[in-house]
Design a protein around this ligand. Structure first.
Ligand code: NOJ
Length: 537
């Protein structure tokens, strides 16, 4: 079966606080987002992934919740939230939310109670050690900003475990009450109409952490339990997981557990292919990724809200990507990544930006797009760490780029918004935004891309060219991408027998009409062509 909605979705992710402010306090809110749903509908996306929406001291941009059963009052109320879900549905857009249950904020009442006394009913909801654990300086996720994973709490008179920052104590997944609570949180939001969850930090959620053991066992059974639970509550609810693990471990997360996983390996290899102007890493990624069980799916992305994570590349490969896209130390983060948007990494060259997104959206899996990428928004490297790419959406030439009427904004706008904004691009057929609309609409007419099989067409092609096909019972589409600046000609005649009135459905620029023999297909420097070979009725 491949009719599952998420396999044909186009996902768009955003932070409510930087998207649209409706009340002039300088912080984006739910009512503001509701007013922009028409923009998202026109763009063609079908699923909205909201970064954390809960009340939070915001020391990790909301990934540190103090109440899982509410929305941050800066964003609005639960009533506003249900309006959002309803209005989005009317426009054919589902909403999924971030489920951040590996840890809570240290200001969460559960942790406050837990630390106050060994007899607290919440004591066992967290992971403690009476002695300093021998592995307390191992396993940090944010090197440079975090120097331990166990911290002594003087009130608790014990050490507590935190995989991330010391203000994010980990919940104890071995405690049945914690497992039940996580299920209850999911039920609550499903009841309010969400279509599923982007699960934060899944490999860490299921760790059976114990002091002195830096490599604890993982409790995959919990993922099966959770899947069962959400499916009973809502048959088509989605679990989309962040699990940036070794390729060999990936399949453990599928099969009756999670529906979709972000493809971090493909992400890094796409960046490498773009940096080297050589499709080989993408071909390797297509070959190496494990076959998925029925109903399982990859989520592809070029940029998300974090740094581009290059940790799974070899040192040489990483060095090439750093040199091309993060040449200054200030652009790099945690010794493994780049804290930039895609457009500036590609020199704001429209041809290369379109090539990159055409490639991502045409590969197997469900594409995920980060807000502002459709405009080619830039970053602000004067902001701390990952905040560089979490700046307000650029809507128009109006005050504060139309983001807010306020005088002080949640974060500064990136310079240049007067000319780089949605309104300017909406009125320009040659703009990146107009291209994204055309590309997404074309994709939605090509169901084989998300759900079908994706094959590298292994024939002789000029250097720097990738030829791949999406095939399904609905038909077949051929994609050509030229990762270099040099124009060339591609011979795809070996596919002619398989084609039935081939027709070009998207390309970077008007090429001569396709001939039935597919023998001489021109390709511009950084050019791309989507050619429908067949469409079954
Ligand atoms: C992964 C999220 O993507 C990141 O932004 C966050 O800081 C950590 N998880 C901790 O929740």
């Amino acid at each position: 079966m491949n009719e599952r909605w998420y396999s044909k979705a186009v996902v768009y992710c955003l932070d409510i606080d930087t998207f649209q402010d409706s009340d002039g306090d300088g912080v984006g809110d739910i009512r503001g987002l509701i007013g922009r749903l028409d923009y998202l509908a026109r763009l063609g996306i079908t699923c909205l992934w909201l970064h954390p929406i809960h009340p939070s001291p915001n020391r990790d941009d909301g990934y540190d919740a103090t109440d899982f059963y509410n929305v941050d009052p800066r964003f609005g109320t639960l009533g506003d939230f249900t309006e959002l879900v309803h209005e989005a549905r009317n426009l054919g857009i589902r909403v999924i939310i971030d489920l951040v249950v590996n840890h809570v904020s240290n200001e969460h009442p559960w942790f406050q109670s837990a630390r106050s006394s060994p007899d607290s009913p919440y004591r066992d909801w967290f992971v403690w050690s009476d002695e300093a654990p021998s592995d307390r300086r191992q396993g940090m996720v944010f090197p440079g900003e975090q120097d331990e994973t166990w911290t002594y709490d003087r009130t608790a008179k014990a050490w507590f475990y935190h995989r991330f920052y010391d203000f994010q104590p980990d919940l104890n997944i071995t405690n049945p009450q914690v497992r039940e609570e996580i299920k209850k949180i999911c039920s609550f939001w499903l009841q309010l109409g969400v279509s599923g969850f982007r699960m934060d930090a899944v490999p860490f959620i299921i760790e059976r952490t114990e002091p002195g053991n830096p490599n604890p066992e993982k409790d995959f059974e919990f993922l099966s339990e959770l899947r069962q639970h959400v499916q009973w509550r809502q048959g088509d609810a989605l679990l989309l997981a962040e699990a940036n693990v070794e390729p060999a471990e990936l399949t453990d997360y599928f099969g009756g557990r999670l529906h979709m996983l972000f493809d971090f390996m493909l992400n890094a290899r796409l960046m490498l292919a773009l940096a080297r102007q050589d499709p080989e890493p993408v071909i390797d990624a297509l070959r190496d990724t494990p076959a998925l069980p029925d109903g399982a799916q990859w989520a592809t992305f070029l940029r998300n809200h974090d740094e581009v994570d290059l940790s799974r590349l070899t040192a040489d490969q990483r060095a090439d990507v750093f040199e091309a896209f993060g040449p200054d130390e200030n652009m790099r983060l945690y010794d493994r990544g780049i804290r930039r948007r895609l457009a500036p990494m590609l020199g704001n060259d429209m041809r290369r930006i379109q090539l990159a997104y055409s490639l991502q959206f045409s590969l197997r899996g469900t594409p995920v797009l980060r807000y502002g990428e459709e405009l080619g928004m830039g970053e602000d490297l004067s902001l701390d760490g990952r905040m560089a790419i979490r700046t307000p959406m650029q809507w128009s030439q109006a005050k504060n780029a139309g983001f807010s009427d306020g005088d002080s904004l949640v974060r500064p706008l990136v310079e240049g918004w007067e000319t780089l904004n949605a309104t300017v691009q909406r009125n320009d057929r040659q703009s990146l935004l107009s291209w994204f609309e055309r590309m997404i609409h074309t994709l939605r007419e090509a169901p084989e891309v998300g759900a079908g099989s994706c094959q590298h067409v292994d024939v002789q092609v000029p250097r720097g060219v990738l030829a791949h096909r999406a095939i399904d019972r609905t038909g077949s589409v051929l994609f050509l991408h030229n990762l270099t600046d040099t124009a060339c000609e591609v011979d795809m005649s070996s596919l002619a027998a398989d084609a039935d009135h081939p027709v070009e459905v998207l390309s970077d620029e008007g090429y001569d009409p396709i001939t039935e023999d597919l023998a001489k297909l021109a390709l511009n420097g950084y050019g791309f062509r989507w050619i429908r070979l067949r469409r079954e009725p």
